[in-house]
Design a protein around this ligand. Structure first.
Ligand SMILES: Cc1cc2nc3c(=O)[nH]c(=O)nc-3n(C[C@H](O)[C@H](O)[C@H](O)COP(=O)(O)O)c2cc1C
Length: 190
């Protein structure tokens, strides 16, 4: 069986499980929980020490990662809806919540943790066509053009990036509690 036998098949995530990884300040993976290893279809040893872009799916626009890095480098959180590529060619959609660890002396980022759960279908249905448009722009234009286009879409919807993501992922009561609990459980177990 080749790695491409599963190409373009979706992996359905267990809605009760969460995927956690930690990186250094450059985005090099330093830790992944068991569910991360299981879903990514990589060996843990292959993951540790690799850049997190090992999971990058070509359907993900560059601008989303730029927004993400800008935000976490300044120590703030961001929720991103991300399509990831597993080692066997399958893909899976997650919503990711970040935490930045700051050096207590310099106050600069030294590590990042990402907590992920299955992205709601509704969020994927809404964001997938937007990502397709952004990818198209990035194919021929610059990342700045992609950023301007994303802002235009959000302005038309009367949203900022955060309010839009909160709305489509229904990130209010239950989802917020889920992430909070996930972080607590993870810290208790590590
Ligand atoms: C904590 C953390 C988690 C990340 N998780 C993912 C991820 O699940 N999938 C992904 O494609 N990129 C993830 N990234 C972003 C990658 O580091 C990288 O910026 C992105 O894959 C784009 O890669 P490229 O700049 O080489 O195109 C993560 C970064 C950090 C710091």
């Amino acid at each position: 069986m080749s790695k491409y036998d599963f190409k373009d098949e979706e992996i359905k995530l267990d809605p009760k499980k969460y995927i956690v990884s930690k990186t250094d300040k450059y985005g090099i993976i330093t830790f992944c929980n068991d569910y991360f290893v299981e879903i990514s279809k990589y060996d843990r040893l292959r993951l540790i020490g690799s850049p997190h872009s090992i999971l990058r799916h070509p359907d993900m626009p560059k601008i989303i990662f730029k927004l993400m890095w800008d935000r976490i480098q300044s120590g703030k959180n961001i929720i991103a809806v991300v399509k990831n590529l597993a080692n066997n060619g399958q893909y899976y959609w997650v919503m990711t919540d970040f935490e930045t660890t700051l050096d207590p002396i310099t106050n600069k980022p030294i590590a990042y943790t990402a907590y992920r759960k299955a992205a709601p279908k509704n969020a994927v249905d809404i964001i997938e066509p937007i990502y397709k448009e952004l990818i198209e722009i990035e194919k021929y234009g610059s990342i700045q053009e992609s950023e301007v286009y994303l802002k235009k879409i959000l302005d038309l919807k009367n949203h900022t990036y955060d309010t839009f993501i909160d709305e489509i992922t229904n990130n209010k009561g239950l989802v917020k509690i889920f992430f909070k609990t996930m972080k607590k459980l993870f810290k208790l177990s590590s």
